[in-house]
Design a protein. Structure first.
Length: 159
């Protein structure tokens, strides 16, 4: 979250309440024994909004966060006032296969010394579990067919 939005938060906070959360296994948040799926992460966001007493929010998301933001907008439109999405597709046809393959093959050694590795190791409650997060990112929303309707049983979103 800090890497994508850290510099934007002060400006956004000048005129509104900002809630910035790290997803499962990201940043300061522990991982769970479940795959990374937009529907699960959206449920976590809804739980956080409920806990904070926020009935409706402006939502910004990038990559996995973009997929989660789209999921919220499609399946819980009453909770999303405004939506900003970047680097996410609504349907698997919008994905670039080579990107999915590259993420699926990512290892800790490949990102050694990068801001991503440094931030994870500095903030994670389990800095030795970075490969587990990379593996889950490589399988994010895998197997979900996508689709335009909020009544679909499968998540309509992929990164």
């Amino acid at each position: 979250m800090d890497q994508q939005f850290g510099a934007l938060i002060p400006g956004l906070a000048a005129g509104r309440r900002v809630v910035a959360a790290d997803f499962q296994g990201h940043g300061r948040t522990n991982d769970l024994d479940r795959p990374l799926r937009s529907e699960h992460l959206a449920s976590d966001v809804l739980g956080l909004l409920d806990h904070l007493g926020i009935p409706q929010a402006d939502v910004i998301g990038f990559s996995v966060g973009g997929a989660v933001a789209l999921h919220l907008a499609v399946h819980h439109p009453e909770r999303v006032r405004k939506l900003v999405v970047s680097s996410a597709s609504f349907h698997p046809d919008g994905d670039r296969g080579e990107n999915d393959e590259a993420v699926a093959e990512m290892t800790v050694d490949m990102i050694a010394g990068t801001p991503m590795e440094e931030a994870y190791r500095a903030k994670s409650p389990h800095p030795d579990q970075l490969q587990g997060l990379l593996d889950k990112l490589g399988a994010f929303d895998r197997g979900f067919p996508g689709g335009p309707t909020p009544t679909s049983r499968a998540s309509p979103l992929r990164r």
